[in-house]
Design a protein around this ligand. Structure first.
Ligand code: HEC
Ligand SMILES: [Cu+2]
Length: 317
């Protein structure tokens, strides 16, 4: 294995260090409680051993103070631990709004990466340090799990939906990336590395891959190629919703419910348009299930994202 790619590495993000601290405190408390119990067991075994001269005449039946103390003290400790862990969890669950977005498609048995500028990688993910990075991930076949031990962070990658994970590395370096969900015979070989670089180095690296079309541009090409434009372009005569500014917008559906459009919603709209019909429109959109693969759908999503709310569908990104 490459140097610096160890399985139990030093944590490389602030969130990972917070997890380490919490974990150590949990282990510490468990150890403390175990030590108290073991000590008491030994002391009482010795004191009340057979033939010992201990006073056994008036065994107490109750000690309210003691019982209340050993109930309330652990309760308070557990509530405090819960609040602490819940706060750390909430921080890890929601990416900051300014996070850089990168798409990941997992498949037996590789990790493919799509950067917004169109640069692609396999089993390697270059990121800048001190920058929040959000991954939007899906699988092309079975369930995989994105796991970076140095980030103390793991998320299932499931076919048919998007899951996200975010992190902010604060040390340049190479970190092991593993699949943590058994996904077939070469599951154990499904590994890669995260390469965290100084922002200047990252910018240089990113520009090296320029020349290829950006992801949004690829999406625009697909959008035309597959005839989405025929219905969704501003000039179209077909009655279809305007997709500019869709991500993050509240959408009202024909069954009376509503939701905020995210990547999964857009993906479902393309793959299974019958699942949710936008209120006020006819269910005329065909499914593109067998025509678009996961990478292509991500490109289309990136194209839709690249259109600001005040831009019209059909403009080149
Ligand atoms: C035959 C016309 C037609 C074609 C072709 C078509 N759509 Fe649609 N699309 C619609 C209509 C009508 C709706 C609204 C009704 C519904 O939800 O199915 C819609 C809804 C959507 C939505 C949800 C919009 C919202 O406001 O919630 C998305 C996203 C979408 N289409 C993307 C696409 C993409 C991407 C393509 C090409 C791969 C495409 N559509 C091709 C007619 C079409
Ligand atoms: Cu896997």
């Amino acid at each position: 294995m490459n140097q610096g790619l160890t399985l139990l590495p030093q944590s490389a993000t602030a969130a990972a260090r917070a997890t380490d601290t919490l974990y150590l405190v949990l282990v510490g408390f468990s150890g403390l409680i175990a030590a108290i119990f073991i000590t008491l067991i030994i002391v009482f075994c010795y004191r009340y051993r057979r033939n010992a001269q201990a006073d056994r005449s008036k065994p107490p039946s109750h000690a309210w103070g003691l019982e209340a103390a050993w109930t309330i003290a652990p309760l308070l400790v557990f509530l405090w631990l819960f609040a602490w862990a819940a706060r750390d969890y909430a921080v890890q669950a929601r990416a900051p709004d300014n996070a850089m977005q990168i798409f990941i498609v997992a498949k037996q048995w590789v990790w493919t990466v799509e950067h917004p500028n169109g640069r692609r990688e396999i089993n390697e993910l270059h990121i800048p340090v001190d920058t929040p990075v959000k991954l939007i991930m899906t699988s092309q076949d079975v369930i995989h799990s994105f796991f970076v031990p140095a980030f103390r962070n793991k998320r299932d990658v499931v076919p048919g939906r998007y899951s996200t994970i975010w992190f902010q590395a604060d040390r340049p370096g190479k970190y092991l990336l593993l699949c943590a969900e058994y996904c077939g015979t070469e599951h154990s070989e499904m590994k890669g590395r995260i390469i965290a670089m100084e922002p200047e180095d990252y910018t240089r690296w990113e520009q090296d891959g320029a020349g290829e079309a950006g992801l949004a541009q690829q999406g625009f090409a697909l959008f035309r190629q597959h005839g989405c434009m025929g219905c969704h372009a501003a000039a179209s005569t077909v009655h279809a919703p305007e997709l500019s500014g869709l991500l993050g917008r509240r959408v009202h559906l024909s069954d009376g419910s509503s939701l905020v459009a995210d990547e999964t919603y857009v993906r479902d709209s393309i793959m299974e348009p019958q699942k949710a019909i936008v209120a006020g429109y006819d269910a005329i959109m065909p499914s593109f299930k067998n025509q678009l693969n996961e990478e292509e759908i991500m490109a289309i999503i990136e194209y839709i994202r690249s259109l600001g709310p005040d831009q019209l569908m059909g403009e080149r990104p």
